[in-house]
Design a protein around this ligand. Structure first.
Ligand code: TYM
Length: 327
């Protein structure tokens, strides 16, 4: 039997190169050898305020991007979280399994809640819903970026706790992190991860940035003090981040790149990186426009939701039985 893969992305803004290199690209690589479910996690998005009209649009945009990067609905199941109500139901049940102390220790909750006047209970219990997403599909492998590691560890703990209390119910999932690209840093500050929510658009490359914007953002990316191009995340975090991006995008190893730019300055290096990014992203952008105009996206998401419901409802029925819920 093929192993089951599950992952999700929030439709909360323009998808960044970080999302792509840390997660989305792996989704494509995994679809041939596994039974993959890729979700647009709109219910996670509303843990922070969203404009309803914009949210709807962004769900559609993210689905189009899933298809544009090469996810094939014949191979992978693509669906929207709120179309499968089992996610909310298991999310609630897992809220009654997770401990307050565990949720309080989640660094993402602390970061996202920081400085906000009001923090919703949903933002706090978010990891229980994320665990439900994964556990409903009896998932073996979850491809994500490094920032989701803590949530994945909690998901594993919840699966083990539930299984111990109610009998074997959930597969305990493994995290899949790639070596280069699991944590892409901001272009303006290599101590912060590249993120959709950073107020400075120059801090990130967005998947739909036009070529000139990509070139400009790369040319303005901060570098480290000396002029040497070498991989040393401690001493040279900015250049190391650019090298990691270049390596994943071009398929060349870091060592090959370091050798190729030996004795050359940052200018040549950044120019070539900009061009490599444009060459990689332009075909994705062209496909994205075609897909958006094709009118196919709704149908694909509906079919995906139907397939997802079958798997998710089986797990949920078993969970309810074990917990003693229902008439
Ligand atoms: P989200 O929407 O913030 O990010 C989607 C994916 O992109 C990865 N990522 C990065 N990877 C490398 N470098 C970066 N700078 C970078 N920024 C983001 C994230 O690690 C993630 O893999 N909680 C999740 C969504 C979610 C989910 C799930 C994921 C909900 N349910 C079930 C997996 C399984 C989130 O907010 O991701």
């Amino acid at each position: 039997m093929k192993s089951r893969v599950f992952s999700g992305i929030q439709p909360t803004g323009l998808i960044t190169l970080g999302n792509y290199l840390g997660a989305l690209r792996q989704f494509v690589d995994l679809q041939d050898q596994s039974d993959a479910f890729y979700c647009i996690v709109d219910m996670h998005a509303i843990t922070l305020p969203q404009d309803p009209h914009q949210l709807k649009e962004r769900i559609h945009d993210l689905a189009s991007l899933y298809l544009a990067v090469g996810l094939d609905p014949q191979k992978s199941t693509l669906f929207v979280q709120s179309d499968v109500s089992a996610h909310s139901e298991l999310g609630w049940i897992l809220q009654c399994v997770v401990h307050m102390g565990e949720l309080s220790r989640m660094t993402q909750f602390k970061e996202k809640g920081e400085g906000k006047e009001v923090v919703t209970a949903g933002l706090f219990t978010y990891p229980a819903l994320m665990a439900a997403d994964i556990l409903l599909y009896q998932t073996h492998l979850v491809p994500v970026g490094d920032d989701q590691k803590q949530h994945l560890e909690l998901t594993r703990d919840l699966a083990l706790r539930f299984n111990a209390r109610f009998g074997d119910t959930f597969t305990v999932p493994d995290i899949m992190l790639i070596k280069q690209g699991a944590r892409i840093m901001s272009l303006d500050d290599p101590s912060k991860k590249m993120s959709k929510s950073n107020p400075n658009p120059g801090s990130r490359i967005e998947m739909l940035d036009p070529p000139d914007v990509i070139r400009k953002k790369v040319s303005r990316a901060v570098t480290d003090s000396d002029r040497q191009i070498r991989f040393d995340p401690q001493e040279k975090p900015a250049v190391s981040n650019l090298l990691a991006i270049f390596s994943v995008i071009s398929g060349q190893s870091i060592d090959e790149l370091v050798a190729a730019y030996d004795g050359k300055g940052y200018g040549d290096f950044k120019k070539d990186l900009g061009e490599a990014l444009v060459a990689h992203l332009s075909p994705i952008q062209a496909r994205y426009e075609d897909i958006r105009q094709s009118g196919e996206v709704e149908r694909i998401l509906q079919q995906g939701a139907e397939k997802a419901r079958q798997v998710a409802n089986d797990t949920l029925a078993n969970v309810k039985e074990r917990v003693g819920l229902g008439g």
